[in-house]
Design a protein around this ligand. Structure first.
Ligand SMILES: Nc1ncnc2c1ncn2[C@@H]1O[C@H](COP(=O)(O)OP(=O)(O)OP(=O)(O)O)[C@@H](O)[C@H]1O
Ligand SMILES: [Mg+2]
Length: 377
């Protein structure tokens, strides 16, 4: 077949040189073919080896080509990876900046919220103080005016008592005496009420003074004085564990103890029980004052009065320090007791906490008055 094509080409060619070259090639190919055939005949083994080498050389070439392609692909991948890394780094930088900005914004929002919250509390406190100031001024005016009228009523009542001494008609005398007695009893109650109203109003104006009388002594005195005001079903216990003195006027200390013990007595009216009065040093107190909502922190002398009475409803706790707030029957309470306690305690730089439970098995209330520590003996 090859021979035919070659002889055809030679025949068709006009060029001598070309003809010669083609002929030469044909001759060489023939020789090669002949040589191979001869080699196969003479040395089969060598022939096969040569064949194998040529196959291997072709495979090698193909592998080289494949390797080159792979290397090229790897180079491309490395370049792409570098590009992605660069983009990634940029993205991370932008992301980091955004995160920092978000944190800053969050901080600012938090600060604004806190300031808003503080402002709201301050506003509420200001409103409350303004309300209390108006009530105090009104109370003071009424108390003074009413005191004058009451003085007049009781003065005339005394005169009536003198007149009744001179009446001869026994039945008329008895009636007049009974009437003057009733006026006297009501008058005394009115005098007490006016006294309380004046004590409540006096708090802002009275000069703050500290008494040096030991607190424990004052507590003992007050309890002796209060014993007759309590029923036999009520027992008083004291746990006076520290000898620290509260920075307070003795009269004020008497007043607050009286108000709290009388409240405890009234809460135990139904079943009696034990009133515990304790004095101790408390450390790291961190809640909020129930009366002024101010934050409490640090160490204090705690004067507490605990009863096992009815307990106090939560909505009463939030209002009981307001002046004239009372849950007692008309004529039984003025609603000024805790307002006075609140005023005295805060004037002494103190705060108030209240723990109260209304449910069995341990209903009752503890009023905890916290005072700054003055001296510890
Ligand atoms: N220990 C207590 N247990 C239960 N409730 C109490 C106790 N202390 C106070 N309260 C409640 O708080 C209210 C206000 O007390 P506050 O001492 O100011 O006035 P009051 O006792 O009603 O009258 P006043 O003390 O002027 O005679 C009381 O009416 C009562 O409802
Ligand atoms: Mg009271």
């Amino acid at each position: 077949m090859v021979n035919e094509q070659v002889s055809k080409a030679i025949r068709q060619s006009n060029n001598k040189v070309v003809r010669l070259l083609i002929k030469n090639r044909v001759v060489r190919a023939k020789f090669k073919h002949k040589f191979k055939r001869e080699l196969k005949r003479v040395n089969q083994q060598l022939y096969e080896k040569i064949q194998l080498i040529s196959v291997l050389s072709i495979t090698n070439q193909e592998l080289n080509i494949q390797n080159n392609e792979k290397n090229q692909r790897i180079t491309e991948l490395i370049i792409t990876h570098k590009r992605i890394s660069a983009v990634n780094e940029k993205f991370l930088a932008v992301n980091e900046e955004l995160i920092l900005q978000a944190i800053e914004t969050e901080k600012r929002v938090l600060k604004l919220t806190q300031t808003h919250h503080k402002n709201r509390i301050l506003n509420e406190q200001l409103n409350h103080m303004q309300k209390l100031e108006s009530i105090s001024r009104l109370t003071s005016g009424i108390a003074h005016y009413f005191n004058n009228i009451l003085g007049c009523v009781l003065g005339y009542n005394e005169m009536n008592q003198d007149v009744s001494d001179n009446i001869i008609d026994e039945s008329l005398k008895a009636e007049l005496e009974s009437n003057t007695k009733q006026i006297d009893v009501a008058g005394k109650r009115a005098t007490e009420l006016i006294g309380k109203m004046l004590t409540y109003c006096r708090q802002d104006t009275v000069k703050f003074k500290i008494d040096v009388k030991p607190t424990v002594e004052v507590i003992d005195e007050v309890l002796v004085m209060l014993r007759p005001a309590l029923t036999s079903e009520i027992e008083i216990q004291t746990k006076l564990e520290c000898a620290a003195n509260i920075q307070i006027d003795v009269m004020d200390l008497r007043q607050i103890l009286t108000e709290l013990v009388i409240n405890a007595r009234d809460a135990m009216k139904e079943c009696g029980g034990i009133i515990v009065i304790s004095l101790q040093i408390v450390r790291n107190v961190r809640p909020y004052c129930v009366a002024c909502a101010g934050k409490i922190s640090g160490n204090f002398i705690e004067l507490s009065v605990t009863d096992n009475g009815s307990g106090i409803e939560p909505d009463v706790i939030s209002r009981m320090f307001d002046p004239f707030f009372t849950t007692k029957e008309q004529g039984e309470g003025t609603g000024l007791g805790l307002s006075i306690v609140n005023g005295i305690v805060h004037r002494s730089q103190g705060h108030i906490l209240v723990d109260s439970t209304m449910t069995a098995p341990n209903p009752g209330t503890t009023f905890r008055l916290l005072f700054p520590i003055l001296t510890v003996i």
